[in-house]
Design a protein around this ligand. Structure first.
Ligand SMILES: NC(=O)c1ccc[n+]([C@@H]2O[C@H](COP(=O)([O-])OP(=O)(O)OC[C@H]3O[C@@H](n4cnc5c(N)ncnc54)[C@H](OP(=O)(O)O)[C@@H]3O)[C@@H](O)[C@H]2O)c1
Length: 298
C-alpha cells in the first residue's frame, strides 16, 4: 500500500498538539488493517473554511473536530444532524456522496462511559459543573437517558441559564408541550457557582459531572478540585471530563470518599470509537484504543 493510496482521517483544532486521538485512532486502524492514516491538523480559525473545503477530496473519510472549531464548522457543512445543531457542536465530519455531514459523538461517549461503570442514568439526580460545549452534549445525553433532575452550575451563571434554555425542548416527549414535565422527563435547573449551594446539592446527588478544565494538567489549576471534598459521599458517581491526568484531584477525592469514579478517558475513547464506526462501518477495538490512549498520556 503506497502512502498516496491511503485514505485520510484526522483531528483539527487550534492548538491540537495535546490531542491523543491520533494515537488511539491510528492504533485502531492498524489493528483492523484499514488502509488509512489519522493525523493532527493545527488549523487557525481564519483557515477553517479553506481546510474544510479540502475534505471534499476523494482521499478523505472524514475528520474529528475539537476546540475551538466545534461550532464554527457547522455552517461550512452540507448536512448537520439535529442534535448537533441544538447543542451547537460537531465533533465528527463524514465525507458522504452527498457532501460533508456533521455529527456529534460526545454524548454517546459520555453515556457509555458512565453506563459501563455500572451507573444507571434513569431517575438519577445529576449535578453538572460548567456550561460549555461538553456540558451541552452531556446534559443532552442525561435528558435522553431520563435522569430525574439535572442542575447545571457555572461560574458564568448566564451561560448555565442559556444552556438550560437551549435544551428545554429536549425534555418534552415528541409532540408534547415543552412546559409540561411528565414522569420520566428531567427537570432542569441552573445556577451561578456558589460553594454554599454546591455542597448541599452534591450531597443529595447521585451523579456529579465536571466539565470545567479545573484539575487539567498544564491548565493552571492542576492540583485543584472544583468541589470541596466534604461534599463527596459513597452514594455518588463522579465523572470528570478532564482526562489528563487520568485520575484528577476530583476523582482522587471521590475515590477517597468511597464514591464510584469514571474517567474522562473512557468518554474520549468511546466517543472516538463512535466516530471510527461512522467513518469505517466497523466497531472500534476498545481495548486497543484504550491502551494506545493511556500510552500517549504516560
Ligand atoms: N473526555 C472527553 O471526551 C472530553 C470531551 C470534550 C471536552 N473534554 C474536556 O472537558 C473540559 C471542558 O471542555 P469544553 O469543550 O466544555 O470547554 P468550554 O466550552 O470552554 O467550557 C468550559 C466550562 O468550564 C468553565 N470554566 C473554565 N475554567 C473554569 C474555572 N477555573 N473554574 C470554574 N469554571 C471554569 C467555563 O466557564 P466560563 O464560561 O466562565 O469560561 C465553561 O462553563 C476540557 O478540559 C476538555 O479537555 C473532555
Amino acid at each position: 500500500m503506497t502512502r498516496a493510496s491511503l485514505k485520510r482521517l484526522g483531528v483539527i483544532g487550534y492548538p491540537v498538539r495535546h490531542s491523543v486521538s491520533p494515537a488511539f485512532q491510528q492504533a485502531a486502524l492498524d489493528h483492523l488493517a484499514i488502509p488509512a492514516r489519522y493525523d493532527r491538523y493545527e488549523v487557525a480559525p481564519h483557515d477553517l473554511p479553506a481546510f474544510v473545503a479540502t475534505l471534499r477530496g476523494d482521499e478523505w473519510l472524514g475528520i474529528n473536530v475539537t476546540i475551538p472549531h466545534k461550532q464554527a464548522v457547522i455552517p461550512l457543512l452540507d448536512e448537520v444532524e439535529q442534535l448537533s445543531r441544538e447543542i451547537g457542536s460537531v465533533n465528527t465530519v463524514l465525507r458522504r456522496p452527498g457532501g460533508l455531514e456533521g455529527r456529534t459523538t460526545d454524548h454517546l461517549g459520555f453515556l457509555r462511559a458512565v453506563r459501563e461503570s455500572g451507573f444507571r442514568c434513569e431517575g438519577a439526580r445529576a449535578v453538572v459543573l460548567g456550561a460549555g460545549g461538553s456540558a451541552r452534549a452531556i446534559v443532552a445525553a442525561l435528558i435522553a437517558a431520563e435522569a430525574e433532575s439535572i442542575h447545571i452550575t457555572a461560574r458564568s451563571g448566564d451561560r448555565a441559564t442559556d444552556l438550560v434554555a437551549a435544551l428545554l425542548p429536549r425534555r418534552a416527549r415528541p409532540g408534547g408541550p415543552i412546559t409540561s414535565c411528565p414522569p420520566g422527563v428531567p427537570v432542569l435547573h441552573s445556577s451561578a457557582w456558589d460553594p454554599s449551594v454546591l455542597v448541599p446539592l452534591v450531597r443529595s446527588a447521585d451523579l456529579l459531572v465536571n466539565t470545567t478544565p479545573v484539575g487539567m494538567r498544564g491548565g493552571g489549576a492542576d492540583d485543584e478540585s472544583p468541589v470541596p471534598a466534604e461534599a463527596l459521599h459513597p452514594g455518588l458517581t463522579v465523572f470528570d471530563a478532564v482526562y489528563n491526568p487520568i485520575e484528577t484531584p476530583l476523582l482522587r477525592d471521590a475515590r477517597t470518599a468511597g464514591a464510584r469514579t469514571v474517567s474522562g478517558l473512557d468518554m474520549l475513547v468511546y466517543q472516538g470509537a463512535e466516530s471510527f464506526r461512522l467513518w469505517t462501518g466497523q466497531d472500534g477495538p476498545i481495548e486497543i484504543m484504550m491502551r494506545a490512549a493511556k500510552a500517549a498520556l504516560a
